[in-house]
Design a protein around this ligand. Structure first.
Ligand code: GLN
Length: 406
């Protein structure tokens, strides 16, 4: 007979650590926390990057029709055939890349899952992952969860706000070693708005070839470009087709961040591994929304032209408002964020400034330090998202003017 635990035992707290060492090594997302704070204080949310305007009617209709037609059970684990075919057709049209929808595409729950499934599929304990900072918050924790070691390289802000964020070639080369498994790229870049130039991508390609590393490239903002900037996929550079995982999704291009439909495109060998990880992580992305994805990805060119035009207008609305309120603004060439320098406000750091902004001014932003491994690098920066209606942006502008009077 198994003896009963004593009353003492039942009352005592667990002696083993409750929380894994991995989970202890990163914090909750600051971006998502700022959204909750915006709700708490009734602030306008220019923190988390999601549109507050409607998604295109034809895409919503396609989703409703798919549910009506009872496409309500699991899709094929690695993605509905119709969506994979649409992804392959779009890759061919936009990037000139031939992709086999049967063997080279994994549809995931958002590009977020595509990124972590890719890292889990390629890394062993102790492998190193090169990550540019400022980074999109998920990449560091993704590397840690995959037992890999993140190695950070700084994108330096331009002295002239209209200039480009740049990496130092020597600094980048210095973090590559035989332990480097992959470099994570994000172009157009969140949060800086940088669009990596061909020469920069060629430099990165040469390092990948020299050190036998992969490129994992998050291109979710590929259609949100300004000032004639061109988006280039590193997979299209000589030598990179077999060693690149290209990640994308519906969220930003079709204004459906809550649908959670993204994908990873890679060689059959890589895809095999990504599909296995994805299967056991989530089984599959929402089936009816994948059907709607096939409709979305078949939209005419005019859709993408209008998307970029509308974002340009929003950028032009928020940039002068931020300057008028006293921010130094870094002009983005792509994506839908503006990084700013807050030095002129005289706050001790970005977090206290962002707290003041959300509580007293009524605008939520993201403190710059959350985009860096070394918080001091972001201590004078905050990020604003401008994927918002004119009304939202104008109200935020009004409130930000209070900064001047304070
Ligand atoms: N990419 C968006 C941002 O940077 C939101 C991402 C998210 O919260 N999942 O704000």
């Amino acid at each position: 007979m198994v003896p009963k635990p004593s009353a003492d035992r039942l009352a005592s707290a667990p002696a083993k650590p409750l929380i894994s060492e991995k989970a202890e090594r990163f914090t909750e997302s600051v971006i998502r926390d700022m959204t909750r704070q915006a709700q708490l204080y009734g602030a306008i949310n220019l923190a988390q990057g999601f549109p507050d305007f409607p998604a295109p009617a034809e895409i919503k209709r396609a989703a409703q029709q798919a549910i009506g037609a009872d496409i309500n059970q699991y899709a094929i684990t690695w993605g509905a055939r119709s969506l994979r075919q649409a992804i392959a057709a779009k890759m061919k049209k936009c990037r000139g890349l031939e992709v086999d929808p049967e063997a080279e595409i994994t549809v995931c729950c958002g590009s977020t899952e595509a990124m972590i499934a890719s890292l889990l599929a390629v890394t062993n304990a102790g492998d190193e992952i090169v990550i540019f900072e400022p980074f999109y918050e998920n990449y560091g924790p993704d590397a840690i969860l995959s037992d890999a070691r993140p190695r950070f390289v700084t994108l330096h802000p331009p002295a002239d706000p209209a200039g480009e964020w740049r990496f130092d070639e020597r600094e980048l080369r210095a973090v590559f070693s035989p332990r480097t498994k992959a470099i994570i790229l994000n172009t157009p870049n969140n949060p800086t708005g940088k669009v990596f130039a061909r020469t920069e991508l060629e430099f990165i390609r040469d390092l990948c070839l020299e050190f036998d590393a992969l490129a994992i490239t998050d291109e979710i903002y590929e259609h949100i470009l300004y000032d004639g900037a061109n988006h280039l996929s590193i997979a299209t550079l000589d030598g990179m087709r077999e060693r690149t995982i290209t990640i994308n999704g519906m969220s930003k291009t079709y204004s459906v961040t809550g649908w959670r439909v993204g994908w990873a495109v890679a060689s059959p060998a890589l895809t095999n591994a990504i599909r296995k990880v994805h299967d056991f992580l989530t089984v599959g992305a929402p089936a009816p929304l994948q059907e709607a994805g096939a409709t979305a990805l078949s939209m005419p060119d005019s859709y993408y032209e209008e998307l970029a035009r509308a974002y340009r207008a929003r950028r032009e609305r928020l940039l002068p408002a931020l300057r008028q309120a006293g921010f130094k603004t870094f002009v983005p060439r792509g994506a839908y964020y503006i990084m700013t320098d807050i030095s002129s406000f005289g706050f001790p750091d970005d977090v206290s400034f962002a707290q003041h902004l959300v509580k007293n001014i009524g605008v939520a932003s993201v403190p710059g330090s959350s985009f860096y491994s070394r918080p001091e690098l972001g201590a004078r920066q905050v990020r604003f998202a401008f994927c918002k209606t004119d009304t939202t942006l104008d109200q935020a502008a009004q409130r930000l003017l209070k900064l001047r009077k304070a």
